[in-house]
Design a binder for this molecule. Sequence first.
Ligand SMILES: *[C@@H]1O[C@H](CO)[C@@H](O)[C@H](O)[C@H]1NC(C)=O
Ligand SMILES: *[C@@H]1O[C@H](CO)[C@@H](O)[C@H](O)[C@H]1NC(C)=O
Ligand SMILES: *[C@@H]1O[C@H](CO)[C@@H](O)[C@H](O)[C@H]1NC(C)=O
Ligand SMILES: *[C@@H]1O[C@H](CO)[C@@H](O)[C@H](O)[C@H]1NC(C)=O
Ligand SMILES: *[C@@H]1O[C@H](CO)[C@@H](O)[C@H](O)[C@H]1NC(C)=O
Ligand SMILES: *[C@@H]1O[C@H](CO)[C@@H](O)[C@H](O)[C@H]1NC(C)=O
Length: 548
Amino acid sequence: MDPAVFPLVLLTCLTLFTVLETQSITALYGETIVIPCNGGNPPPEDLVFIKWIYKRDDGTTGDLLIKQIDSEQATVQAIDEYARRVSISDTFSLLISQASLKDQKVFTCMLVSVSANQEYSSNVIVQKAPSSVQIFDTSEALQKDKLTIVGTCVVADSNPAADISWKKSGNLLVSDGKAVVISSSFKLNPATGLSTTTSTLQYAAAKEDSDAVFTCISTYNRTNKDVDLKPFPIYYPSEKASLQILSKEPIVEGSNVTLKCHGDGSPPPSSFFFYKKGVKELVENSNTYILTSIGRDAAGEYKCSLADDEKIMASKHIVVNYIDLTVSLTGRTVKKLGDVLPVKTEMNTSGNATVTWIKNGVKVKEPQFNSLTYADAGVYICKVSMSGLTEQRRFELVVEGKPWIINLRKHIMDRSQVLICEANAVPEPRFEWSIGSKTEDSFNYTDGKAVSKITVVPEGNLTVSCTVTNSYGEDVKTIDLYPEPSGNSSDHIKLIAVGLVVGLVSLAAVAGLAFCLRRKSRRQGSWSTRERNTGTPEENETLQHHNI
Ligand SMILES: *[C@@H]1O[C@H](CO)[C@@H](O)[C@H](O)[C@H]1NC(C)=O
Ligand SMILES: *[C@@H]1O[C@H](CO)[C@@H](O)[C@H](O)[C@H]1NC(C)=O
Ligand SMILES: *[C@@H]1O[C@H](CO)[C@@H](O)[C@H](O)[C@H]1NC(C)=O
Ligand SMILES: *[C@@H]1O[C@H](CO)[C@@H](O)[C@H](O)[C@H]1NC(C)=O
Ligand SMILES: *[C@@H]1O[C@H](CO)[C@@H](O)[C@H](O)[C@H]1NC(C)=O
Ligand SMILES: *[C@@H]1O[C@H](CO)[C@@H](O)[C@H](O)[C@H]1NC(C)=O
């Protein structure tokens, strides 16, 4: 071709291009867009030059660059911002750096050759994955049966816009306008052209949803991205109140009684009214009310209600147990034998009580003393019991009077005889035995009972009297004694029978000798006595053995 006519040919040719193909090119936001000139096919052999143009939004055409086949460099023709972003590759692909959504246009590659003019158009689409998926504005808790915002899910800056869906514990939620309301919207950033998708989930919870996990799912380019929310507490109002009495049972006068009110809502209510005998008292940030040192007058109906809903109320009856007890005798009472002593017991109790009388540790009937005897003396306890509560009163009764001999007996030991005189007497009596200046072997006075013992060896028939005396008078009893034949003691027979060692036998012989000597030394009387504890070892042993 004559170079002189080239511009003319070009001009002609430009108007006669054949559009061969329109393809779609997808590029990533921020990166370089690569638009192949003719689908990657090799250019015609007689190619003269390549020109890239684009279509503006208003329909006009803009020049980008031109590349003469015989020159090294392409000539950038663009005069807008493409001037610094466009270049051409070795294979004549158009390169546009830093793709943005404004590059979503139709770019056309014009191939001008000697034989033909061809045009390849490419529709550029720029995609951008969302920069974030986040949930905002979550509620602290969900309300039972009441639409509450679970959260707002925001998928920011993508192209095309992402879709948002919600799941509850793995199950897709569908807006039904009642229990589930999902409102979604898109927003386009005018500067970048990127879309932000927003979806707000409102949900009317049930009590069982307290473990539910809500998930926001962002779907972009057929890929899902999940964001989970921690389970929410479910709030619901109280339907019932309950009143508890925290106190050791039974409640007795003087106890501190704690009333505890409870509402079954969630979160549990924290303020209450307590009603006591028509008086209403507000208790805030606590569910207890303390009745200090409760009295019997405070028994009765107690109520509590929720501070924010007084219709929700509970009540309990408080029983205050008490026992008032007085017994007409207290401490130590001293009376005379035969006296009349009325015992008055008075009691007031809050319920049915049982009364028990105990004398000296043994259960007895209620005491009534029409004529006091020594047997009436003792420590009395009146015990009144009622459902875990016990009161008792104690008194000691001492009965004084003249002695009363209850027993005078003898205990025969070999030739000697132990005389035992027992008498009831208060105060403590003296004993006199009708055998002169003889002193007692033993004397014991316990609980109004006196015991005196002496040992005698009667030589002939003898009557011995025991006289017991105190400040109120005396009592006398006599006993007849007969001498016991020597060696007739069953103990001695037994000793011989078992063949005791010679030592013991000779010891007995010595004792017998000593006895004979003593007898000779006291010739005046028809009887003899021995001082306390001067018997032979055997005799003492035997006395102890018989527990005399
Ligand atoms: C969309 O998915 C395709 C295929 O998985 C991938 O090649 C492309 O890069 C993705 N686009 C974006 C913007 O992530
Ligand atoms: C009852 O409470 C009061 C004051 O809180 C206390 O002083 C008293 O010891 C309590 N009484 C009993 C029986 O616990
Ligand atoms: C029992 O109650 C009556 C009437 O209130 C009273 O007169 C009496 O003193 C009470 N008895 C005792 C033991 O408190
Ligand atoms: C007391 O006893 C009577 C008769 O046994 C009975 O009817 C009544 O219910 C009892 N009261 C209480 C408070 O237990
Ligand atoms: C006195 O008699 C009582 C009751 O019989 C008895 O328990 C006590 O041990 C006796 N005391 C002496 C010193 O024997
Ligand atoms: C002693 O009393 C007994 C029985 O009563 C009688 O048989 C005996 O004769 C009396 N002896 C003397 C010396 O009186």
